[in-house]
Design a protein around this ligand. Sequence first.
Ligand code: PEP
Ligand code: MN
Length: 459
Amino acid sequence: MATNGASTKWSPDSWRSKPIKQVVTYEYASAVSSALTKLSSLPPIVTPTEIIKLKSSLRDAALGKAFLLQGGDCAELFSYCADDPIDSKIKLLLQMSLVLIWGSNKPVIRIGRMAGQYAKPRSSPTEVVDGKEIPSFRGDILNGFSVEERRVDPERLVSAYFHSATTLNYIRGQLASGIADLHNPLDWGLGHVRDEQLQTKYSKIVNSISDSLRFMRTIGADTAGQLQTVDLYTSHEGLVLEYEQSLTRRLRHPANYTPHGSPDSKGWYNTSAHFIWIGDRTRQIDGGHVEYFRGIENPIGIKVGPSMKDDELIELLDIVNPSKEIGKVTLITRYGEDKVEKMLGGHIEAVKRSGHVVVWQCDPMHGNTRSTPEGIKTRHFESIFSELQSALKIHKQHGSFLGGMHLELTGDAVTECVGGGAGLAEEDLSLNYTTYCDPRLNEKQALELAFLVAGHYRE
Ligand code: PEP
Ligand code: MN
């Protein structure tokens, strides 16, 4: 068994003594240290009260009493920090969540891959563009996509903070101003669905949701104003640890929160986002990322790919959550439609035996990326839904339940994934292929997936 170091003392920088994957090499140490000093002086982007509120909702998801919807871009760009892309993503997540509430009869917890999803792990540090080998694009937090901007620039660390804060400020403002006010009719736009049977099915769902909302408004069921706004939390992959460390603060716990086994009135909070996750490439038991993640109070995610061994998974859970707090850890499984049958059942049983209670979230995107013969990265809507269906079924077979789904999506009319009700074909991919990393579901495909999952619960 690997030595995990979990018994040694943790500090926000103890990850620095561990081996680290996806390491960043900066050219100028002084520029890095001044960026990190600046970051350390800036106020938290999110607060302990919000973080603990989310963790407590995730406890419900772990116990089968709520469903977690998490979605957003693969690589969020600084340029997406603008009103239209933010508005369309808020509206899409809201509509999807209504459909899922209708289907599952459970409250839905919404988390955006937003306001900080600026760092990308890469399979190779370099790539060849126009016959020239250049550094890979690692996300706006480190370098730029254009060929001229591939050098890592530490000032981007500070810029990431300001783009996160501005995005979240706008989200908060829009939510407070009624963007998610269910007293207003929503535009569901189902005209694109070519299949008549599907059209009818989706229209029925929409009518049923609209009727319920109208009924609640008519009888004045909204005395506490719950229909006027919703919670929307933020998340990103916690990849660039020097950034995460600078925003890790020792802060007072919310009044009603006593962490397991600690008499302290304060704890370490990652204040860059409500929820951060460890990627499938950086989850080594002895590595820097696991070391960093084990010390923070936030709810965290761990990506679980097909190479994860049963005992490795339990060891990881023991390290990041020794007190077995329910709601602390979300396991984000992403095996691929052809591997989920072989892998998920074993992982569910291993976790059960360990006594950990986790949120099981299915990411049906990352195991289903394919290239077209022309070399364009895409994903088939049918494969995505197939992995979700398998996950739903396997959880049921094992007396467990799917606690949520994790999607790469955008509120815009992109053409990056094929299939779905509009019948997008490989030939259509070039029409509006704008992702800077993985292919995302467009707004219609994402909503459709919500309809299909909701329908599954209702069957
Ligand atoms: C991602 O979520 O964009 C990602 C890189 O996923 P994974 O770590 O599962 O490969
Ligand atoms: Mn991705």
